[in-house]
Design a protein around this ligand. Structure first.
Ligand code: OXD
Ligand code: MN
Length: 584
């Protein structure tokens, strides 16, 4: 008798008509074989085997370098269930339009069947997915980013409890590119792109879009959040999860080398992009990282911004769309001061400044998580780590202070729902435009975000000890356009204040938007800022916030009846506090 997985694989191979079918076991031998094949056909280029052993460069089609939100669809029977922030098609239309693109799409190619686990292999919170793909590059990435192969096959057995994901590169024609989610039947279809967020189906498609749908059905949370542990001088570790939009520094924060290490504060990494959080038996929100690797943005990464990842990525890593030095080492803007002689750009052209950046602004590294010197001892704890703080944040040149704390959980949900950030190169489209991005989930919530806010409010009731909620902004600028805060390892000062708030050791000053550190509340030893910088960092301008609230109102208004009463109430309360502040 064949298993549900065998039946599905049979069904998709009848549709896609591959030359051969390979079931991936995730072994070293298999990886070596695929690597040899990719080196042979040019999918991979060898890097310097002394300085970057077992590292490879992949150059993608120049039209396929980032997530494509405009062709990403949530296919639910009712349009309202996808909500106003998602592109929608009915499941029938989705299948009718995209199905033909899979017909014969793998002719002459190998079809790989890659079973994978999201989450620690033995955790009750983990889930199995199976990606069928005609891209060996995707398989090599999935092997780093998830627990792929035999371990997943064994967990699945003959069960039907897996999320199937069908992926084909198709002909990489952007006009025939679609990333389709069918959350009611927990199915993913992606065609026409080999780019990470579109093609590694465990990441955004399963762990976030299908994951968030499952999480609401089953009473847990799937979030676009890093997970870190802050160790204090006594050795106690407090765990925090932070939601920032793509390419806003989640990886760097999660892997930070603390500027207060001398005082005994260290940061440990549990995850850098996604958190699955359940109400634990102890009454705490327990988080696991569904992923096993980091798919991080390369440009700007260096010894100062992220020394841990620089160590981690020097072996067993895949680089996508970075530059290549004469020494066959990867190169990107910000890795060091000047571009070396003889550099090739991300498209393999001899680089000159007139070509623009040598590395694509969304070029990436794929690195096994356990290679980071900052990896937490508990990163694969099957019970998850208890979360004491949730941090929201984004890139905002103006308005938002360095840090503030919400008054309570419900207000915290409003803070997340009203988040905004300047767009980055992680998705196609204009860069630097401020857009509302609730909980950093705008491109990733697999259902109506009005219901999603309601689910957040519910979770606050379900969890006996809900985390405290904070908002940070490392990117505030002064009138001259300079950053007010140095960021990176100095951000630990803000985490330390949060820890002191959690432990009831730090006071706070009330503002209309939340609680900010009291004067001298932030540890500033060893850090000299420009005069007035701290004042500017914490300024809350009621008039500006009123304008922002009008935008929040227009955005949240789109959810109509689906916007929870609790969020409406918070908007009204915010307005009243701002009015009061303006009256002085
Ligand atoms: C990512 C993204 O790759 O958010 O993590 O785009
Ligand atoms: Mn992300």
């Amino acid at each position: 008798m064949s298993t549900p997985l065998e039946n599905w694989v049979e069904e998709v191979s009848r549709l896609t008509k591959p030359k051969t079918v390979v079931w991936c076991d995730g072994s070293e031998a298999e990886n070596n074989r695929l690597t040899e094949e990719m080196l042979g056909d040019g999918t991979f280029l060898n890097l310097n085997e002394h300085t970057y052993p077992k590292c490879y460069l992949h150059r993608s089609n120049p039209n396929d370098v980032a997530r494509t939100e405009q062709v990403t669809f949530i296919c639910t029977k009712k349009k309202e269930d996808a909500g106003p922030t998602n592109n929608w098609m009915s499941p029938a239309e989705g299948k009718q339009r995209v199905g033909p693109l899979f017909d014969g799409a793998m002719a002459g190619r190998t079809m790989y069947v890659a079973p994978y686990i999201l989450g620690p292999a033995s955790s009750p919170y983990s889930k199995v997915g199976v990606e069928v793909t005609d891209s060996a590059y995707v398989v090599a990435n999935m092997r780093i980013m998830s627990r792929m192969g035999r371990v997943a096959q064994e967990r699945l057995g003959s069960s039907e409890d897996f999320v199937p994901g069908l992926h084909s590169l198709g002909d990489l024609d952007p006009a025939k590119r679609f990333v389709m989610h069918f959350p009611e039947e927990k199915l993913i279809w992606s065609v026409g792109s080999g780019y990470g967020g579109n093609a590694l189906l465990g990441k955004k498609c399963f762990a976030l879009r299908i994951g968030s749908w499952m999480a609401r059905e089953q009473g847990w949370m799937a979030e676009h959040m890093l997970i870190l542990g802050l160790e204090d001088p006594s050795g106690k570790v407090t765990y925090m999860a932070a939601a920032f939009p793509s390419a806003c520094g989640k990886t760097n924060l999660a892997m930070m080398v603390s500027a207060l290490e001398g005082e005994g504060y260290r940061v440990w990494t549990v995850g850098d992009d996604i958190a699955w959080m359940h109400s634990g038996p102890d009454g705490y929100l327990r988080a696991v990282n569904p992923e096993a690797g980091f798919f991080g943005v390369a440009p700007g990464t260096n010894q100062k911004s992220n020394p841990n990842v620089m160590k981690a990525l020097s072996r067993n890593s895949i680089f996508t769309n970075v530059g290549l030095t004469r020494n066959r080492e990867p190169w990107w803007e910000g890795i060091q001061d000047a571009a070396p002689m003889g550099l090739e750009d991300w498209q393999g052209r001899p680089w000159t400044p007139s070509l623009g950046p040598a590395a694509h602004p969304n070029s990436r590294y794929t690195v096994p998580a356990q290679q980071s010197p900052s990896i937490s001892k508990r990163w694969e704890d099957p019970a998850g780590v208890p979360i004491s703080a949730i941090i929201f944040g984004g890139r905002r040149a103006h308005l938002a202070p360095l840090v503030y704390e919400s008054f309570d959980w419900e207000h915290g949900v409003y803070v997340g729902a009203s988040m905004a950030s300047e767009t980055t190169a992680a998705a196609t489209g204009a860069v630097g435009v401020t857009r509302r991005d609730p909980m950093a989930m705008l491109p990733f919530c697999g259902y109506n975000m009005g219901d999603y806010f309601g689910h957040w409010l519910e979770m606050g009731k379900r969890v006996k000890h809900p985390p405290r909620v904070f908002h940070v902004n490392w990117f505030r600028k002064n009138a001259a356009g300079q950053f007010l805060w140095p960021g990176y390892g100095e951000n630990v000062r803000v985490l330390k204040w949060m820890l002191e708030r959690i432990e009831g050791r730090a006071g706070a000053r009330e503002t209309p938007i939340g609680l900010v550190p009291e004067e001298k509340g932030l540890t500033m030893s060893g850090l000299a800022l420009a005069p007035r910088a701290l004042e500017e960092l914490f300024e809350v301008n009621a008039e500006e916030w009123k304008k922002d609230l009008a935008e929040v109102g227009a955005f949240l208004g789109k959810f109509g009846e689906r916007l929870p009463v609790g969020i409406r109430k918070q908007m009204e309360m915010q307005w009243k506090r701002l009015e009061q502040a303006s009256r002085g």
